[in-house]
Design a protein around this ligand. Structure first.
Ligand code: 4NP
Length: 162
C-alpha cells in the first residue's frame, strides 16, 4: 500500500481537489486497493471545514464529490505517508521544516507538479475567481496524471520483484 498526502495552506481549495482528482485517477487505473490518499493544510485556519464551494463546484462538474474535512499536517504524517506532495514552494518549505523535527520520517517530499518539471507550482486560487479554480483543476489533473503513471510503474516493478 502506497500512502499519499496532498498539502496546501488551508486544505479547503487545492489539496482536497488534488485528493479527489487523484482518487478518481487511481480508480480509473485500477489502483484503488493499492493506494491510500488524504489531504491536509499547513495552517490551522479552516480545521473541520468542508472544501471551498468553488472547489466543490469545479469538482462536481467533473464528476467528483468532495467530502474531506480540513485538518492540519501533523508530525505523525511523516511516519505514515510515503509521499507528501505540496501545492507550492512555500508549503513545501513549511513541510521541510517540520520534517526536520521528526525522527524516522519515511515521507518523500515533493511539489505536486515535480513530475512535469522543476519548481512548478499550483497557485493559490482562494482570493481569485472561478477561473482561477478552473486553472487549479486543470493544473492538478495534468500533474496527477503524471504522478499516477509514475506510481503505477513503481507498484508493478515491486510486484515483479516478488
Ligand atoms: P488552499 O487555499 O491553500 O488551496 O486551501 C487557501 C485557503 C484559505 C486561505 C488561503 C489559501 N486563507 O488564507 O484562509
Amino acid at each position: 500500500m502506497k500512502k499519499v498526502l496532498f498539502v496546501c495552506l488551508g486544505n479547503i481549495c487545492r489539496s482536497p481537489l488534488a485528493e479527489g482528482i487523484f482518487k478518481k485517477l487511481t480508480e480509473e487505473a485500477g489502483l484503488q486497493d493499492k493506494i491510500f490518499v488524504d489531504s491536509a493544510g499547513t495552517s490551522s485556519y479552516h480545521i473541520g471545514e468542508l472544501p471551498d464551494y468553488r472547489a466543490c463546484q469545479i469538482a462536481e462538474k467533473n464528476g467528483i464529490i468532495l467530502t474531506h474535512r480540513a485538518r492540519q499536517v501533523r508530525k505523525e504524517d511523516f511516519n505514515e505517508f510515503d509521499y507528501i506532495l505540496a501545492a507550492d514552494k512555500s508549503n513545501l518549505q513549511h513541510l521541510q521544516n517540520l520534517q526536520s523535527l521528526v525522527s524516522h520520517s519515511k515521507a518523500q517530499l515533493h511539489l505536486i507538479r515535480d513530475w512535469e518539471g522543476k519548481n512548478l507550482e499550483v497557485p493559490d486560487p482562494y482570493y481569485g475567481s472561478m477561473k482561477d479554480f478552473e486553472q487549479s483543476y486543470f493544473l492538478l489533473e495534468k500533474a496527477l496524471k503524471h504522478f499516477v503513471e509514475y506510481l503505477q510503474k513503481e507498484i508493478s516493478q515491486k510486484t515483479a520483484k516478488r
